[in-house]
Structure formats: structure tokens, C-alpha cells
Write a protein that binds this ligand. Structure first.
Ligand code: IMP
Length: 186
């Protein structure tokens, strides 16, 4: 998996735990670099990351890219989710900015979308996973990562950060995209 994000890696390992596959990370290959992510879309970024690793290490691999898309903000923060409040991957600052941008907004619908790019024998396949929900007025819960404390998936009363990892994975954007990956690998 073309990532060094320990949360994503953990989720991917949990999702593939009952399969014949073992997820190997970039650091397992001895790579601790930040992979370039300069695309204009989640699709571009996922492909860029997978291609970078495939070319550099000569291995088959997959990469994912995720964005939180808020309807009333025209899809923001989207592909800029990690650096919404500026460079530095600061989730608290990103959530703060999001809540400020939504102040007074009645329509708080949002969705998480994950795109996975898989490279096998030089062939590229892409798949995605989506979960719809709403942005809470304030953060709740301590689990998960990123925007989890402010995202309440549809038909649930709690945020992703208030769920067990298992419960989140069973309905999440990445869980759904990974389920498609798992089916393709099989
Ligand atoms: P990435 O580019 O796929 O690493 O994801 C971009 C950003 O989206 C991350 O830095 C997080 O802020 C956010 N994000 C991705 N996945 C999740 C998730 O499962 N829950 C909450 N936030 C997430």
C-alpha cells in the first residue's frame, strides 16, 4: 500500500485481515519519503502515488486518496482535505476551518470519497467508495483520525470518531473501496 499513514494502514490491514493478503507499507520497503500528490482530483492523486511506488520499487501496489466533499461548499475541501487549513496535516485546524466555513449554513450534507488505484503487471484499475453524511456543529469522539469527530454518517446517531474501528470500516468510504479491491484481488 503506497502510504506511510499508520491510520490508513491499520484500517487496510483490518479490512483484509480475513483474506489471504498481507498489506505491506512503504516503510516496510524502507521508504520514508512523502510521495508527491499534485493532482487536481482524487483519481489523479491515487494514480500518481501508485505509479511513483511501482516505478521506484518495481512492485505491484495500490494507493488511495480520500477527500471530504461538503455539498454547500461546492465539494470543498475535496482533494485539499489534508491541507485545508494550510500545510502540515493538522486535523484540529482543518476541522476548525470547516466548522467556521459552515457557520450559519443549514445544509451540512457531506460525503467522504475514497479512490483506489491498483497497479498489477503494469495494468491500472481504479475503484471508489463513498459514504454520505452530515457535518456536526462541533466535534464529538476521540477515535479515528482526520475529520472523523465532525462527520456523522447517514442513518447513524454518532460520529465516525465515536465508533469502533470495526463499525467504521464496515460502512466507511475506504472500507467500501477496499471491499471492491478485495473482490478484484480475489
Ligand atoms: P489522503 O489524501 O487520502 O491522505 O486524505 C486526505 C485527508 O482526508 C486526510 O489528511 C484526512 O484529513 C482526511 N481523511 C481521509 N480519510 C479519512 C477518514 O477516514 N476519516 C476522516 N478524515 C479522513
Amino acid at each position: 500500500m503506497a502510504t506511510n499513514n499508520v491510520h490508513k494502514l491499520q484500517e487496510a490491514r483490518e479490512i483484509l485481515a480475513d483474506s489471504e493478503w498481507e498489506v505491506v507499507s512503504l516503510s516496510d520497503l524502507g521508504c520514508h519519503e512523502d510521495i508527491p500528490e499534485t493532482g487536481a482530483t482524487l483519481e489523479d492523486n491515487a494514480l500518481q502515488k501508485a505509479q511513483w511506488v511501482a516505478q521506484k520499487y518495481g512492485v505491484d501496489c495500490f494507493a488511495d486518496d480520500t477527500g471530504l466533499e461538503v455539498y454547500s461548499l461546492g465539494g470543498e475541501p475535496g482533494v485539499r482535505s489534508a491541507r485545508y487549513a494550510g500545510e502540515g496535516h493538522d486535523s484540529q485546524a482543518n476541522m476548525k476551518k470547516l466548522l467556521e466555513r459552515l457557520e450559519g449554513q443549514v445544509d451540512r450534507r457531506a460525503r467522504f470519497r475514497t479512490v483506489i488505484a491498483l497497479i498489477r503487471n503494469g495494468q491500472v484499475q481504479q475503484m471508489d467508495g463513498v459514504v454520505e453524511g452530515t457535518i456536526r456543529l462541533e466535534p464529538s469522539g476521540v477515535g479515528g483520525f482526520g475529520y472523523d469527530p465532525v462527520f456523522q454518517p447517514e442513518n447513524k446517531e454518532v460520529t465516525f470518531a465515536q465508533m469502533s474501528a470495526e463499525e467504521k470500516n464496515s460502512i466507511s468510504h475506504r472500507g467500501r473501496a477496499m471491499a471492491k479491491l478485495k473482490a478484484i484481488l480475489k
